[in-house]
Design a protein around this ligand. Structure first.
Ligand SMILES: Cc1cc2nc3c(=O)[nH]c(=O)nc-3n(C[C@H](O)[C@H](O)[C@H](O)COP(=O)(O)O)c2cc1C
Ligand code: SF4
Length: 512
């Protein structure tokens, strides 16, 4: 190992958008000027978006953090002794001691920020490929058993048990099967898939390998959101790296198992995140929903049995194999086992990613981690679960983050994106936006969604315009029933959730 001082500067989209590339360049210049021997590692992100770019220096084996560091802070930091962990107003102390991180339950994201995302050595030194090795060692039945025992449910939105999905594909007949990874991440306020792929992409590759091994698939596809160019670069390099070291290809680790991964760029459409539209898009067709049955697990990509899983679902699997399903199931509450990467966004003072075991309350997340609103005003509404999620008023903030508790309260956790609004929000505008979003993003296959969403915008306009308010409120209610009962997929079937929750919890905004 070289004696150079290791400086970590994230190469992750949020940090880069805040100047991390310039910060890295300025640090290199300053080191040159001071003749300091440094090595800049472009790590991923710890998920502490409000402190990005978060720069670290390794001093006597300990990582000392500074943040948020802008390019213009670099000269001052170097003069204050950055390379020795010197004091400065931006010094945060040892990274592992930062409260925001210390109080999390990091499982899936435990290597994010810590390692160089494109170093196989770093990955393996921090437990990488231990799950795959266990899988090869113990066999497919063991893998399926452990994933079931873990209680892992799909993190893409629907919360379907992963072990049952995998078992269905494993049991389906046919020589050709596929693993598809849904990396379309279209929900508002979500970025956990992106952070994982940019910060620890080999975890996703390992998760896909384990899935392929378990169900008998030799080919995987990652369907990546078109709006993630940096992720595309990192993931593309990680796939090449894995391939060049024998972690993809034929006879992986002498196991006799072959597996390949293709990276496919999405079509810039929200509906392409729905699994059947994603499969259509992967096949080169327009992203239109398929009728179900048959389920993708029976007849999926190119008509073959297919696993469709979200990035975080697949990324949670390696440690489930390495540490055992029971270890994962020991976290969480009720049927919500393990951890979820909650994403704090919108009007929030401290935004970012918080991986916690299920069971804490929304209030704890927003107040303890998020520090309340960025505007300093009162929280009025919170939307959880993306654009199809309900709006919760302040009185529901004590709802525990648990799939079933949320359904009972009229909402859904979905992909764990939490978008906060202060007391200046106009909830009739938010309800209108939900219908408008559906009208724009609808695949058009069924009438309740395609036409209903357009009519929904018009009805809300009439309510707000004080045109026969009571009649139009009743009409909106009927329309919501029709969309829920008659839509082919959750796009039309759930758009009524944000609309109805806005009317129910914030009626005053519809009567101005
Ligand atoms: C309109 C719509 C959009 C969706 N977008 C995504 C998405 O961007 N990413 C995702 O993983 N799942 C998305 N889903 C959920 C997928 O249909 C599917 O349930 C999921 O990919 C399955 O993986 P999981 O079991 O690991 O969650 C969406 C669903 C709907 C109805
Ligand atoms: S509900 Fe909307 S998005 Fe879903 S199939 Fe019908 S038209 Fe397409």
């Amino acid at each position: 190992m070289s004696d150079a001082i290791r400086i970590y500067v994230p190469r992750e989209a949020a940090a880069v958008s805040l100047g991390a590339d310039d910060v890295a360049a300025r640090i290199a210049e300053a080191a040159d000027k001071h003749k300091s021997d440094i090595e800049i590692v472009r790590n991923g992100s710890w998920g502490i978006a409000w402190l990005e770019p978060l720069v670290e220096v390794s001093v006597d084996g300990q990582r000392i953090a500074y943040g948020p560091v802008g390019p213009d802070d670099v000269d001052g930091l170097v003069a204050a002794g950055l390379f020795d962990g010197g004091d400065h107003r931006l010094k945060l102390g040892p990274t592992e001691e930062i409260d925001w991180l210390k109080n999390q339950d990091r499982w899936t994201f435990r290597r994010c920020g810590l390692i160089d995302p494109l170093s196989l050595d770093d990955y393996e030194a921090n437990g990488g490929f231990a799950g795959l090795r266990t899988a090869f060692d113990k066999g497919t039945a063991y893998v399926l058993e452990q994933v079931k025992a873990s209680g892992l449910r799909g993190r893409g939105g629907a919360g379907f048990p992963t072990g049952i999905k995998w078992q269905t594909v494993a049991d389906a007949s046919g020589a050709q099967k596929y693993i598809t990874c849904n990396a379309d991440e279209g929900d508002s306020g979500t970025f956990s898939d992106r952070i994982l792929m940019e910060s620890d992409p080999l975890t996703l590759i390992e998760g896909m390998l384990i899935a392929g091994y378990a169900v008998g698939a030799n080919k995987g596809y990652i369907y990546l959101r078109a709006e993630y160019p940096l992720t595309r670069q990192v993931l593309g390099k990680a796939i090449k790296l894995a391939r060049s070291h024998g972690w993809l290809g034929e006879n992986i680790e002498g196991s006799g198992f072959d597996f390949e991964i293709d990276l496919h760029i999405g079509a810039g459409s929200y509906i392409c995140g729905e699994e059947t539209a994603m499969l259509e898009s992967l096949e080169g067709k327009a992203g239109v929903i398929r009728y179900r049955p048959p389920l993708p697990a029976i007849e999926g990509l190119f008509g073959k049995p297919t696993v469709v899983n979200n990035v975080v679902t697949l990324g949670s699997v390696p440690d489930i194999l390495a540490l055992g399903g029971e270890a994962y199931a020991a976290h969480g509450v009720g049927r919500s086992k393990g951890t979820l990467a909650f994403q704090l966004a919108g009007n929030i003072k401290r935004g970012g990613l918080v991986e916690k075991a299920f069971g804490l309350t929304l209030r704890e997340l927003i107040e303890d981690w998020g520090g309340g609103t960025a505007s300093g005003r009162d929280v009025r509404a919170v939307q959880i679960g993306g654009p199809l999620g309900a709006y919760f008023p302040e009185k529901l903030l004590d709802t525990p983050l648990d799939y079933e508790a949320f359904i009972e309260a009229g909402g859904m956790i979905g992909h764990g994106g939490i978008v906060v609004f202060d007391d200046t929000v106009d909830m009739s505008a938010q309800a209108r936006f939900a219908m408008e979003f559906c009208a724009i993003e609808s695949c058009g296959k069924c009438t309740p969604c395609r036409i209903g969403s357009v009519r929904g915008v018009e009805v809300i306009d009439r309510i707000v315009g004080n045109e026969k308010r009571e009649d139009n409120l009743n009409l909106l209610n009927d329309l919501c029933d029709t969309m829920i009962d008659g839509s082919l997929c959750a796009m039309g079937g759930m758009t009524p959730f944000p609309v109805r929750s806005a009317v129910e919890h914030f009626p005053e905004d519809f009567n101005k």
